[in-house]
Design a protein around this ligand. Structure first.
Ligand code: AMP
Ligand code: MG
Length: 349
């Protein structure tokens, strides 16, 4: 398939490219577009056929649903049967923004979009290009992340091009994702909120807004086995993975270095460490992911670092442990999933 590259940095100026992208969406073709979390692979949310094209382009398992993106609260009436009070409060506080809410679905959304579930995940993105595209298309846009299934989510145009060239109708070359990890996904049960995927909106943010308990789903912090029933289908899949094994070594830098030296055995070893530590590993393939103690910078850099390190084809990768707290819960979740939850604590053995 021929893939058009559409440059849209400013939706008000790049209006011809914006109209072209919107036309593809209305015509039930797939368009990759930037959002503030990661790039999305967008399809007309009313079209079963367009949704199936997204699954095909990604190589995504058919049981892993898409998120429906809106640009206007009025669109919700056509998508879901109603919103719990808690959802209304979260929308008022965090939309537009990196929060996805699982709500009861209306028949209008094809079951291909929601992988047969009777719920639909909805987000109102803040990125100006995403917003302009949904508005110009005149339809909500169903989209997962724009990576090939299993790869780290793309945060910049060149990553999307690497994965999706020839597989989709168009890719928007626009300003990259500022947050760098996918949206926070929550569902509602009784009087509480369940965190299905951590992201830019933290459990603390949600607790401060609603005052209720935020239940952290088990799948956020630990490995789920294949037979377990999960609250969000995406939890089952190994995500964000480089091509070789990745191990998180949770230790201060000195112990990290000594652990790595003792476990390199003549192999080509990749290192994921923090900015400023790169010179501590002569002879290794080294990439950094943000500053120690700064979870937001780690979120922004992690997927790029994993992708770039993977390009160097190491035999194995050792990574520093990400920051805890705030958006750190999202960074740790992605890093630990990339590691298949292989985490070593050398000082504690
Ligand atoms: P992606 O944006 O590629 O990470 O894919 C969307 C994510 O949202 C996946 O992890 C899905 O499991 C999750 N998701 C989408 N719809 C639902 C839903 N109705 N219930 C629970 N999780 C959902
Ligand atoms: Mg994804």
């Amino acid at each position: 398939m021929q893939t058009e590259i559409l440059k849209i940095h400013d939706p008000e100026k790049d209006i011809a490219a914006l109209k072209r992208a919107a036309e593809f969406i209305r015509d039930e073709e797939v368009v990759a577009f930037p959002t503030e979390t990661v790039y999305g692979l967008g399809a007309n949310a009313w079209s079963a056929g367009a949704a199936l094209k997204v699954f095909a382009a990604k190589g995504r398992p058919a049981d892993n649903p898409l998120i429906v993106h809106i640009c206007d609260m009025a669109q919700l009436d056509e998508i879901c049967t109603g919103m719990p009070e808690m959802a209304k409060k979260l929308a008022a506080a965090f939309w537009p923004g990196p929060l996805t809410m699982v709500l009861a679905k209306k028949q209008t959304i094809p079951s291909e979009v929601t992988a047969g579930l009777d719920t639909v995940a909805v987000r109102f993105p803040a990125h100006p290009v995403a917003h302009a595209l949904i508005k110009e298309a005149g339809v909500p846009i169903a989209a997962p992340s724009a990576n090939l299934s299993g790869k780290p989510s793309p945060t910049i145009f060149s990553h999307v091009r690497d994965d999706m060239m020839g597989r989709v109708a168009a890719i928007i070359d626009g300003p990259g994702a500022e947050i760098g990890v996918e949206s926070t996904v929550v569902s509602f049960e009784d009087d509480n909120v369940r965190l299905l995927r951590p992201g830019g909106i933290t459990p603390e943010d949600i607790h401060d807004c609603l005052g209720c308990e935020v239940i952290i789903d088990r799948a956020v912090t630990g490995k789920i086995d294949d037979t377990e029933k999960v609250s969000s289908p995406g939890m089952k899949y190994r995500h964000y993975a480089p091509s070789c094994p990745l191990t998180v070594v949770d230790a201060p830098i000195d112990s990290f270095i000594s652990y790595v030296k003792h476990h390199s055995d003549g192999k080509k070893v990749g290192i994921l460490c923090f900015d400023g530590e790169e010179n501590l590993f002569p002879g290794y393939e080294v990439l950094t992911f943000g500053n120690e103690g700064d979870a937001a910078s780690q979120a922004n850099a992690l997927f790029t670092a994993i992708r770039d390190l993977d390009q160097k084809h190491p035999d194995l990768i050792f990574a520093r442990e990400a920051e805890a707290g705030g958006v750190g819960i999202a960074v740790r979740n992605r890093l630990h999933k990339a590691a298949g939850f292989a985490i070593i604590r050398p000082n504690k053995i």
